[in-house]
Design a binder for this molecule. Sequence first.
Ligand code: G3P
Ligand code: CA
Length: 386
Amino acid sequence: MTTSTRCWLLACGVSLLLPVSTVHAADTHDDSEPQGSTLCTKIPIPCDAVIAHRGASYQAPESTRPAYLLARDLGVDYLELDLQRTKDGVLVAVHDNTLGRNTNVAEVFPDRVDAPVSSFTLDELEQLDAGSWFNASYPDRARDSYSGLKILTLDEVIDIAEDGKNHPGLYIETKVPEQFPGIEEDLREKLATRGWLNDETKSRQAAEKGAVRVGDTPGRVVMQTFSKASLKALETAMPNVPRVLLLWLGKGGIEAAPGKPQGNDESTADYYARQQVASPEAYRSWLDLAKAHGAIGVGPSAVQSEHDGPFSSQFSYMDLAEPWMIGMAHDDGMLVHLYTVDEPADFERYQQRGVDGFFTNRAERLLEFYGHPPQDQDAILKRYGY
Ligand code: G3P
Ligand code: CA
């Protein structure tokens, strides 16, 4: 399947409520293989969604300009970002609650290493280097040009989404929303100002023919959250913007079955891998909540088969997308977008189970899995001076 053969509801010129003929990755497989769900034909979200988790974050530092530029030019459907707010009220794309892991905050503000992002002004955040940590952690993917990369504002991510030949959508998570009262309304105002709500994109230049056009469709923004309170606030602030409830097992999430204590030699990934939901009813209750607040889908965690690798280990979690779980969500009319999956064997395994898309750090791999031709990532990065 190529980008141009994908069928976006808007592009197909059909009612959002009518099933349409679309090309699924499964269509390129044997007829004997299970098919994915057809819900994406009724909901304004691409089938087989490619969601670039913090951008193309395997090849470039997460949530930075090269990560989002690369994801956009590779042709992903969505740029994923974690939304936080600075002390002076600016919306920014930062994942962690603190800045120690992926900036040089320890050098610039040594007494604020454990301070929350919300306690920094934009001017202070802009003093940080959000790229050098990547070079140190992943020397095989390091580039001198990554040194000194800046944390991005939401405006800057929107600029990237709008500027290229491809127009990806935005898949925005309200991160630690309890720290940011009213952030859902702030986001609504920003998206409205930028023409990303309702039909306001009509004033923008449409994506080129054959390019990704998710950013020009009613599914251009998807909101995601782990927080029940934020899901409700998003429903109030932006009732017409698709929402996805992220699923987690354990504290603050779905009730977990009692497990054995973690052994001394057990990795975190192995620990997650053997966690189980307490009961189907426990899973059911989160789907009910999602549906009650108009969510169009859920985002469960995935266990990765190669979770001992140097990069994927931090993204291998509990398997909350067992076949019966996916069936339960689909029976409720909700899509299933799985986080965070990087390995082709796992794309295949979960595709067989019928998931509707993946959050991935390896956008290039997932696009290839869905039938797109390979692309030269180095050339794309060099085009932008990286
Ligand atoms: O948003 C989906 C996935 O990104 C959730 O996990 O911690 O990477 O934001 P996290
Ligand atoms: Ca996220």
